[in-house]
Write a protein that binds this ligand. Sequence first.
Ligand code: GLY
Length: 569
Amino acid sequence: MRAFLLLLLLIVGCSHKVNIVSPAPHFDRSKYDAKASKAMVATQGEATSKATLSILEKGGNIIDAFVTASFTISVERPHSTGLGGGGFLLYYHHAENKVYAFDFREVAPILSTSDMFLTKEGEVQSLLSQEGALAVATPGLVAGLFDIHQRFGRLPWSEIIAPAIDLARNGFPLYDHLHTALKDRKHLLAADPEARKTFLMSDGSVPRMGTVIRQENLAMTLEKIANKGRDGFYKGKVAEAIIKTVRSKRGILTLKDLRDYKMKERTPVFSNYKGLKVFSMPPPSSGGIHVIQILKMLEPHQLKKMGPQSIEAVHLTANSMQRAFVDRATYLGDPDFQSVPVKELLDEKYLSALAKEIKTEKAIRAQDIKPISLPYESSDTTHFSIADGEGNMVASTQTINGWFGSGVIAQGTGILLNNEMDDFAQKVGAQNLFGAVGGGRNLVQAKKRPLSSMSPTIITKNDKPFLALGSPSGTRIITCVAQTILNTVEFGMPLFESVAATRIHQQWLPDILKIEEPFLSEKVEKKLKVMGHNISHEKLGCSIQAIKRENGLWYGVSDPRGEGLAIGL
Ligand code: GLY
């Protein structure tokens, strides 16, 4: 009995009961929860996790595994990410005890203008930045993968692309999430001849669950990239097909945009937190700064004593999220175009002042902070985390933005092009009563990178690898990543429970505290309402993929809300 109680205490980190989601009934927990291994892979796709592990098994290093995961997930989750998109990588190099950050985010075409999505009267036409060829920004994924592999990879380039080519050619059975995305974006896919042929039935309907999805044109494009490297995408026939399709649909991308695309190495944002070192993605992502801000605002309040999912802990966490999102709207944009005060936003004194501000009796009303509008952000994307047997880790978040991006496939190539132009602020919103600071830093501009929330994050402990994680889901990425770190580090919960625990989200505007299933206890939610929180029960769309090192071995969790796989070697 004593042993049982001790185990129970260990599971929840303290005596509080914690609500967690369970895997869907047709999935067994072991798929999501991988234990004590020499190397670890957690991705949102079963075929991707297996292909990535096979590269490690045959002697590939962590970067080879990263490239395989990136290409394979592009095939397996075509609605979330792909060659027509971009992303970020955080890479912990164990021998150097250094974290690298790479930015292969999409870039606005050179013909972009700040009013390209506005009517003559200055009204926003949001469909233009979300659907069709004008929504397409210059893709960065292939350049990023190629350049990173040139610098750090071990196995031949063509060998690590091979699993993605096989998957595209031989296909995989249609699964839940892709099925839902197909139903949601059917109208968009039906309007594009190749998208229609690839993803819909001949009568235009959505295929049944379990139907094998094959992408032969994509397989051929991947073969070109396998043979010619980045030139197989940014020059020659594939590049010409991308431009021809985009221009025929009144888009503005040019061959010069493709030829000139450059990945950027950035300096990760960093903070000490509870004796650990937290590294995350710097601008043009807002993610890293705000994950750290949330953790640092909460650090002095000792949430552990209050208990996970307690009234006090949830109230303070919601307030810290809300405060971080005010800074997001005010200060964030592409650092190559506007200065972003990264140092100031992460300054210890500034954050301890904010920590005092969030300790309130009642919920803080959005209008009492600073009324600046936030740009719209979509909810899709993908993330994976990998560790090898040498103590290296990668955390990478990649995207084509909305489900199936712009819905445009470059004819004959299988490449679904992104709609990342929608991550720009189309104009500073009407609510911006106090001037241009807000979304103004994220307005459309030629060659600028749109603001992102993607937050691949790596944590070290005593200069040794400890945790790597990230998630899809737009602005929710920031709060889901921060909560998973809180659960693990502050509350001492095991990794599976840290990922599976009910999550909340508060992003300042709209002034709502979102709580996902299986919700918080009735008592907690009732009291939060009395304190003035506007509660709404909603799905948050996050899918954390996390790996953790304990006693020299790796543990991995693929979010039980999804259909991914955590698998060890
Ligand atoms: N497109 C989602 C993001 O970059 O945050």
